[in-house]
Design a protein. Structure first.
Ligand code: GDP
Ligand code: MG
Length: 437
């Protein structure tokens, strides 16, 4: 899968713009690659449809090639198909939490039972393992050995041949001994059959689990979908654990199982050791399926830079909106120093005579304006909205001017503010700074 996709993206790389034809070509190859990886065809179909829709309307980030943009979309879509965010194992608020592990023979149920016990014990909970596989030779012994390794007690009854009866006894024992969590290790078959499903339905009825968790070997491929679908139909799964992800797997199983059941993948088995259990991260799995770690890192960085740029732009805008009389005063004194500000403004690109219409930049007024602003309190300078009639009278008196002069200054300030906004708009469009002549 990975190398196939990589080839596809190499073809897209370096093109100026993503055309409809490009997307079609890319998604056709993605489709083939996923099918080759044994992802269920229904999953592939809806996946490709999503990619088509998203890629067509998408903006291409400045720093990415169109091909990289498609990779980002594919990666996001893979992540969301597998649940988006990691999902935590929850405990019953009523008291004891009952977990039931199901799956085909060799899927890793007994090993995972031990791994889960170790994981749950770390959360200071008392765990009981219940041995309900009476068919596989030495299955009970295997769980007892594992239980010893993780220091968890194992409930077993070697005399009893009916797994449903063992399950009932184990539940009773767990209640009497105040266990926080009990994990039922059940039997599997090489293939799904009626007898196995009936037995699991019986056990489910008698112990009413909080969680029924399907263990699935990530090497399973196409068959994974049928297994997950059947288990989900018959006993209604609450989640999935993907085992043997440490192997040389293509990862297609994760995608189809999550998509077909709509149930979260809780953990990934990462080896035979009982500590080899990891929380399942959909985004990491997506990267793994794509097999393009460094490209994805690059794309993430570009995205982060892009976000930062946006934040700075916003900051600048906010700054312009909160342009205060204090700023205005500074501007006025700068103007005084520069001489005829109007002449300078007229030379600036985008700021023709039209923009300056109605703004009186009489040199003599600068001094008067400064005096008026000096008579204002800091609060008034920062928030001119509060300057009512009374305040205007006081400011006029303090600066030796008339109320009309104060009004005129405030009007000039408002116009100046508007003008600044216009300029910042021009600035953004050109992606460049103004240059004074
Ligand atoms: P069960 O039949 O479903 O109970 O499966 P087991 O727990 O007996 O596991 C079958 C085999 O798979 C054993 O040899 C385990 O050591 C191995 N196994 C289980 N989980 C993992 C895993 O995450 N990684 C690897 N490499 N091997 C695993
Ligand atoms: Mg087993």
């Amino acid at each position: 899968l990975s190398s196939k996709l990589q080839d596809t993206f190499k073809k897209l790389k370096g093109k100026g713009k993503l055309t409809e034809k490009d997307i079609k070509e890319a998604t056709r190859e993605i489709k083939l690659a996923l099918l080759e990886a044994d992802v269920n065809f229904k999953v592939v179909k809806s996946f490709v449809k999503n990619i088509n829709e998203r890629a067509l309307g998408a903006d291409v980030l400045k720093s990415l090639t169109p091909g990289q943009q498609v990779i980002k979309i594919v990666n996001d879509e893979l992540t969301s198909l597998m649940g988006g965010q990691p999902v935590k194992l929850t405990y019953s608020p009523k008291g004891m939490t009952v977990l039931m592990l199901v799956g085909l023979q060799g899927a890793g149920k007994t090993t995972t039972a031990g791994k889960l016990a170790a994981y749950i014990k770390k959360e200071s909970k008392k765990v009981l393992l219940a041995a309900c596989d009476v068919y596989r030779p030495a299955a009970i012994k295997q769980l007892q050995v594992i239980g010893k390794q993780v220091d968890a007690e194992v409930f077993a009854d070697t005399e009893e041949k009916n797994p449903v009866v063992i399950a009932e006894k184990a539940l009773k024992y767990a209640k009497e001994h105040f266990y926080d969590v009990v994990i039922f290790d059940t039997a599997g078959r090489l293939h799904i059959d009626e007898a196995l499903m009936d037995e699991l339905v019986q056990i489910k009825k008698s112990v009413t689990p909080d969680h029924i968790i399907l263990n699935i070997d990530s090497m399973t491929g196409q068959e994974a979908v049928n297994v997950a679908e059947t288990f989900n139909e018959k006993i209604s799964l609450s989640g999935v654990i993907l085992t043997k992800l440490d192997g040389d797997t293509r990862g297609g199983a994760a995608l189809s199982v999550a998509s077909v059941t709509g149930k979260p993948i809780l953990f990934a088995g990462m080896g035979e050791k009982l500590t080899d259990l990891e929380i399942f991260y959909p985004d990491r799995m997506a990267s793994r399926i794509l097999g393009m770690g460094d490209v994805l890192t690059f794309i993430e960085k570009a995205q982060a830079d892009f976000d930062e740029e946006k934040a700075l732009e916003l900051q600048e805008k906010i700054r312009k909106q909160t342009f205060t009389l204090e700023d205005f005063k500074q501007q006025l004194s700068q103007m005084k120093d520069m001489g005829s500000f109007k002449d300078i403004l007229e030379m600036m690109p985008g700021a023709g005579k039209k923009a300056l219409k109605g703004i009186d930049l009489d040199e003599k007024e600068f001094t008067r304006s400064e005096a008026i602003i000096n008579s204002m309190t800091p609060e008034e300078r920062n928030n001119p909205g509060i300057i009512n009639a009374n305040r205007r009278k006081r400011i006029a008196a303090g600066s030796g001017t008339r109320v009309q002069d104060v009004n005129k200054l405030l009007k000039g300030f408002e116009q100046s503010k508007k003008m600044m906004k216009q300029f910042s708009g021009l600035n953004n469009k050109k992606h460049g700074k103004f240059k004074f002549p």
